[in-house]
Design a protein around this ligand. Structure first.
Ligand SMILES: Nc1ncnc2c1ncn2[C@@H]1O[C@H](COP(=O)(O)OP(=O)(O)OP(=O)(O)O)[C@@H](O)[C@H]1O
Length: 265
């Protein structure tokens, strides 16, 4: 699937969610949520436990279906597609708990990421080599470039299961980059990561965004959210309760209230 560029910015990765709904029995996990992650921006998705963030992420990434609503990426409908088709359309995600192939080296974890068949080639554009063929040597070269970019060179030949949880988060990001995505969905990139590695993760996200990559990030760490995000969407009990500039949004009484209620639940 070819991705279109957003006319105003020339960037890709604009994700638009309209009236998304998903229920599990009587639980309305996602209850009529609409928002847009603008191309070239970093959008945060926050909310207390059980707000519906993960359910929405899973639906966007094609791992679960919505009951109703639409999801478009650069104007193309991706709602209802399976995970591989969503991936091919230029959207990749990371998981809250990293899922590397534990016995494979970090390098091998990157080499097994399938190449997208069409669409934007973010990383390739950046390294300026045009279209990278599937030739093993070039794929390895790209993987080494991505590994260096993610500060993982020192552990490239180690089994991914043997490195720290924070480094595994960087492997997740690196695997996402191998696909040259227009947008990356990050599920709690800061969770369980030591402060030094967290700085590296933040720096890398900022650098990728500076080069045009779009991000949608679920995160509980408000310092990380306010320092990284251009805009913030707050969910509670399946609904969007606030949206706007991060510092303004998190100061709102109803947002504070939702968090206190969620924490007490
Ligand atoms: N597979 C499922 N079956 C039944 N209920 C589910 C399922 N997945 C999620 N839920 C329910 O849907 C609601 C939203 O859950 P979800 O995990 O999406 O919230 P969340 O905002 O990601 O929370 P957290 O921050 O704790 O990860 C919760 O009430 C949860 O119990």
């Amino acid at each position: 699937m070819q991705t279109a560029q957003t006319p105003e910015t020339g960037k890709t990765g604009r994700l638009e969610i309209r009236d998304a709904r998903k229920a599990f029995g009587s639980v309305r996990a996602v209850d009529g949520v609409s928002f847009t992650a603008e191309a070239g921006r970093i959008t945060g998705l926050v909310g207390p436990n059980g707000a519906g963030k993960t359910t929405l992420f899973n639906a966007i990434a094609g791992e679960a279906s919505l009951d109703s609503g639409t999801v478009t990426l650069d104007g193309a409908q991706i709602g209802g597609l399976g995970p591989h088709e969503v991936f091919s359309s230029g959207l990749t995600r990371t998981f809250q708990i990293p899922r590397p192939f534990a016995r494979m080296t970090v390098l091998e974890n990157l080499l097994v990421v399938p190449e997208r068949q069409a669409g934007e080639r973010f990383w390739n554009n950046w390294i300026g080599r045009g279209r990278v063929s599937r030739q093993e040597a070039e794929l390895r070269e790209k993987a080494h470039d991505v590994i260096a970019f993610c500060n993982l060179s020192a552990v490239a030949m180690q089994p991914a299961g043997s490195i720290s949880g924070g480094q595994q988060k960087l492997v997740e990001l690196a695997r996402a980059l191998m696909a040259d995505p227009g947008i990356v969905l990050l599920d709690e990139p800061g969770a369980g990561v030591n402060p030094a590695l967290l700085d590296t993760i933040i720096e890398r996200i900022v650098e990728l965004n500076r080069r045009g990559m779009t991000f949608l990030i679920i995160e509980h760490n408000m310092d990380l959210i306010t320092s990284l995000c251009d805009s913030l969407v707050v969910m509670a009990a399946g609904q969007k309760i606030a949206e706007g500039k991060p510092r303004e949004v998190i100061a709102r009484d109803d947002v504070v209230e939702a968090y206190l209620g969620g924490a007490a639940a």
